[in-house]
Design a protein around this ligand. Sequence first.
Ligand SMILES: C[S@@+](CC[C@H](N)C(=O)[O-])C[C@H]1O[C@@H](n2cnc3c(N)ncnc32)[C@H](O)[C@@H]1O
Length: 243
Amino acid sequence: MSDTVSFGYEDIPASEKTARVGGVFRNVASRYDLMNDAMSGGMHRLWKDRFVRRVKPHAGEQILDMAGGTGDIAFRLQPSGASVTVADINPAMLDVGMKRAAERGIDGLVWTEANAETLTFPDRFFDAYTIAFGIRNVTDIPAALREAHRVLRRGGRFFCLEFSTTTWPGFKEAYDAYSHHMVPRLGQLLARDADSYRYLIESIRRFPDMPRFEAMIRDAGFAQTRVEPLLGGLVAIHSGWKI
Ligand SMILES: C[S@@+](CC[C@H](N)C(=O)[O-])C[C@H]1O[C@@H](n2cnc3c(N)ncnc32)[C@H](O)[C@@H]1O
């Protein structure tokens, strides 16, 4: 990994990124779910529903939802009967997730603090690894992908939901204008924090496009990689198999 990495549009020393990202999610944790609905007009719920349909969770499987935050993916995985571990580096996000689970009467999820780059789970433990809107915040993405590969058993599947780059003409420009101008304003209005939301939008722009990210997943050892663009690639589901 190079010495500097992107933090939104800034280039910062790699050693500082994890703490800076931690600050962003600590600040937004209590308003995170409200803001997701406000920013996406509720569409993140449909993207997450589709993502979990692609994962096809089964009873008895062990699934790791990495960067699981406030639990949206885990809450959708669990009705299948799978055993779901929610891992996230940020205790503030996990706290909100555990409260939401209690409010909904969901128990049986395992909540654990973990850095995606350095997991302590044993090799070949999980049947599936999911990460939704998390990977672009990780400092060393190749390290996180290698860890995903390590903790999956042979035949295990990797699924990533992340913002990407839409290829629909016209839509890209409209979305750029919306996200750069409106999202920080919404962040200020609803979460009293324009800067964190400016980072979140800028980090989307710096994230590798679909072919480049798919190549990174292959480089980590995954086979039969696939990309499913949503809204022309505004959001994408990347997947691969450990064989
Ligand atoms: C945008 S939230 C996504 C939360 C949830 N997956 C969802 O879809 O609503 C990104 C999450 O990534 C977590 N995160 C960032 N860097 C991480 C890392 N290195 N390891 C684990 N989690 C990380 C943040 O703490 C945050 O909870």
